[in-house]
Unconditional design. Structure first.
Length: 233
């Protein structure tokens, strides 16, 4: 899926389908599963997830988020909640973004900032091979499982690096992300390099990865035909 952060005035374009009550996880799911109906946008007012608003630089970080108040349901104490929040990436632009657009990459009628993909672990490995092919680059972002796609977008834009995360509870509740999926966010300027690496490494490691079967198959003796059974056949 393609994603673009935009100023508020870009939402006024007639062809933009602006959702009035949504969240980034749901927008991405619409783009992923509904395709034509999933070329969507939301404003600051329409996006109901505070984590997304802050991560995407659409509102300033309020004290209750910075202090970890929203993490208290799954941390031992206030200090743990605060520390956890320090690991969540967020954009802090001088001028706040006014909205966000998402679409399936092949349907996007806008220039995306990043591309978002949901992958199985095996597919993630193939992307990692593509990433490391040219310069030996590896993923080095922290894995938090918090505000996963939102902060991954922020981190990718901020660092210019590909990001890998474990989808958070919100991704699963509102984004229909499955148990076997990870999320990767790739800056649009890095996409062609990674795709090229994926293609080149197919010579050794095509996906799906081929099993190595050059070994003799062994069965329990009672499962094998006996010599007398072979002689009678």
């Amino acid at each position: 899926m393609a994603l673009r952060l935009l100023p508020a005035e870009e939402l006024a374009v007639d062809k933009v389908k602006v959702l009035r009550t949504t969240c980034l996880c749901q927008m991405i799911a619409l783009s992923r599963y509904q395709r034509d109906e999933g070329v969507v946008a939301s404003s600051t007012e329409g996006n109901k997830c505070l984590w997304a608003e802050v991560c995407l630089g659409m509102v300033r970080e309020p004290a209750r988020l910075r202090d970890g108040d929203l993490n208290r349901s799954f941390t031992k104490d206030e200090e743990a909640a605060r520390i956890l929040q320090t690991h969540v990436a967020a954009l802090r632009p001088d001028v706040l973004n006014g909205g966000v657009r998402t679409a399936a990459l092949d349907l996007a009628d806008f220039d995306p900032d990043v591309v978002i993909i949901y992958v199985t672990p095996g597919q993630a490995l193939k992307v990692l091979l593509g990433l490391s092919y040219a310069k030996g680059e590896v993923i080095d972002n922290p894995i938090t499982g918090q505000a996963a796609v939102c902060q991954s977008v922020a981190r990718a834009i901020d660092t210019g690096s590909a990001i890998l995360e474990v989808p958070c509870a919100g991704d699963r509740m509102w984004g229909l992300v499955q148990d076997d999926e990870l999320v990767m966010v790739i800056p649009i300027g890095r996409l062609s390099q990674i795709v090229e690496g994926i293609k080149v490494t197919d010579a050794f490691s095509p996906y799906p990865f081929r099993p190595f079967l050059r070994w003799p198959a062994l069965f329990p003796p009672e499962f094998e035909p006996t010599r007398s059974e072979l002689e009678k056949s």
